[in-house]
Design a protein around this ligand. Structure first.
Ligand code: SF4
Length: 98
């Protein structure tokens, strides 16, 4: 079973950036795409990434997901495959601030 290696300490200030996420209040299955493959998966990944790219905490979210590492879900406009390292440089979309 996958075990995260670098979860932040359980202090509120380490996690409060999530309060500002654009995903807050959206269904979790927008970002955790289990059991999908092919074009269906890519289409829904792109929907999630579009939300992330307008998120004020995208960079922090992405850094968290890479550092931890988060093995599942879209975080900071990256997929688990991208975070695994192969094409991460290509996913560094500019952060958009409102
Ligand atoms: S970058 Fe995406 S996953 Fe991360 S907090 Fe923002 S909307 Fe949520």
């Amino acid at each position: 079973m996958f075990q995260p290696r670098y979860l932040p300490p359980p202090r509120l200030e380490e996690w409060d950036w999530q309060d500002e996420g654009k995903c807050r209040g959206l269904p979790a299955n927008y970002f955790f795409l289990e059991g999908l493959r092919g074009e269906n998966l890519r289409s829904l990944e792109e929907r999630a990434k579009l939300i992330c790219r307008t998120c004020p905490v995208m960079q922090r979210c992405r850094e968290h997901a890479i550092r931890t590492p988060e093995a599942y879900g879209i975080w900071g406009a990256t997929t688990p495959r991208e975070r695994a390292g192969h094409s991460l440089a290509a996913t560094h979309a500019p952060v958009q601030h409102p």
